[in-house]
Ligand binder design. Structure first.
Ligand SMILES: CC(C)(COP(=O)(O)OP(=O)(O)OC[C@H]1O[C@@H](n2cnc3c(N)ncnc32)[C@H](O)[C@@H]1OP(=O)(O)O)[C@@H](O)C(=O)NCCC(=O)NCCS
Length: 150
């Protein structure tokens, strides 16, 4: 199981963008999106986030090994985690829980609520957030503007 002391969190740099885009592609597989972006669009967006700080992108590392990544930013309503991803071969060993503990201690404002959105079909993701103490808050819904009106 995870030894939390082994985990380190570093700010991503432009060198990390290809790896992060590939992780983002895997995340989109794990939490299917109705309109997934192509790898090149994911790469472009990730490069922008890293370059501009639109989101703070953080790599989760265990020594030389990358365990996953997170992308977050402060918003009006609280700390919004846009992406949270643990590498497939390192899941269910406590690394996600350990990473959230470090993020809360070292990165996130202490006085703001932390918010996430999970796709309704992402049972593992939802179970993870609930196990960490997150409470159900809202339900996101969507409709294509061009769909026939009902
Ligand atoms: C969700 C995710 C981040 C969990 O990371 P992880 O390192 O495997 O999680 P941990 O091992 O720290 O698990 C912590 C707790 O979460 C719960 N949990 C984690 N994975 C679970 C699963 N597949 N099914 C049910 N519960 C799960 C368990 O309660 C677990 O505690 P336990 O091990 O004491 O039972 C990881 O599966 C992932 O990256 N998934 C794809 C991306 C994703 O869905 N991100 C969240 C988007 S909303």
């Amino acid at each position: 199981m995870a030894n939390p002391g082994e985990l380190r969190i570093d700010r991503a740099t432009s060198d990390d963008v290809p790896l992060l885009a590939e992780f983002n592609r895997q995340l989109d597989e794990d939490e299917p999106h109705p309109d997934p972006l192509t790898l090149s669009a994911l790469t472009e967006r990730m490069a922008r986030w890293v370059a501009t700080g639109e989101y703070e992108v953080l790599l989760l590392r265990r020594g030389a090994r990358v365990a996953g990544y997170a992308a977050w930013r402060p918003e009006d309503r609280g700390t919004y985690i846009r992406h949270f991803f643990i590498c497939r071969d390192q899941r269910c060993q406590g690394w996600g829980r350990a990473a959230m503990r470090l993020l809360r201690r070292d990165f996130f404002p202490q006085d703001r609520p932390i918010q996430i959105e999970a796709a309704i079909g992402n049972a593992a993701g939802i179970a993870f957030w609930r196990a960490l103490g997150f409470q159900d808050f809202g339900l996101s819904m969507e409709l294509k503007a061009g769909a026939p009106p009902k």
